[in-house]
Design a protein around this ligand. Sequence first.
Ligand code: AVI
Length: 317
Amino acid sequence: MPTIYTNAFEEDVYKGLTSYPKKLSSKYFYDEKGDKIFQQIMNMPEYYLTDAEYSIIESYTEKIAAAFNDENGFDIIELGAGDGKKTKVLLRYLNENKFNFSYQPIDISKYALKELKESLENELPNLKVIPQEGMYFKVLNRLAEYKSRKKVILVLGSNIGNLVQEKAIEFLQNIQASMNKGDLLFMGFDMKKNPQQIIDAYSDKTGITEAFNKNLLLRINREMNADFDLDKFLHWETYDPETGTAKSYLVAKEDLKVRLQKIDLEINFKAWETIHTEISQKYDDLTVNWLAEQANLKVIDQYVDSENLFKDFLLTI
Ligand code: AVI
């Protein structure tokens, strides 16, 4: 009898765990617990990305604000704002200097948007915040119709790095399709660097990243009535300095049988068999320019931190 899935997560888990090699998508990391662990990751000393991008926005606030500005005002549309810590630096500056703009964070999580809106109401009471709930591209398509003034699309934190090349191009093409002449895209890219620094950022000794990766199994246990034993898996990180791809795996330490009752699935693992869970791509200028070209976008400026770890690129159509 064919399995009846009740949602995309179930279907993806079924397909991923019955393929060889096994895989699961990192987009499912972010349930309520996953969001919290990711906040912890962003505060770890090894996870240089957040501090590096924060310092870029802090050092170049004035320059970035000048690039965003327009005589008719502008709307900042942020994809995946999270707690908004980095964005707030910019918003505070724009607000204090009386720029004519609105801030429209997009998220599928009503909860995340509510938290962000409330914290902004406290910290920047006269800021115009228009939360947009929904999938990025549905909201972007809706906003594409809106041609009355300049749109500045913000994608911080190297989120594009979690997509394989084909999907990254599709992501950029979708953003490009929602842009009109004069609109801007401000996007974060984590750059190639000493491979050891990357390995350390994704396999911290405290085990926070391990917990983040394994939370996916916990989520499957809970939502699919499954019996993954987390102690029977290792978190393993690799980085290929040639391709710039960091990959996360969960590796079975012994022969295992796991049952996922809700989707009527029984999975066998051989000792040292892997589940590939995430890629975190690292870039160089050439690759970013090439990706932009594939999506008919042009890089017009770039901002880098003092240690050359991370870059925010400014792009236009
Ligand atoms: C959300 N994303 C950009 C993070 C990254 O760096 O790939 C997710 C993450 N995975 C492990 N640590 C952080």
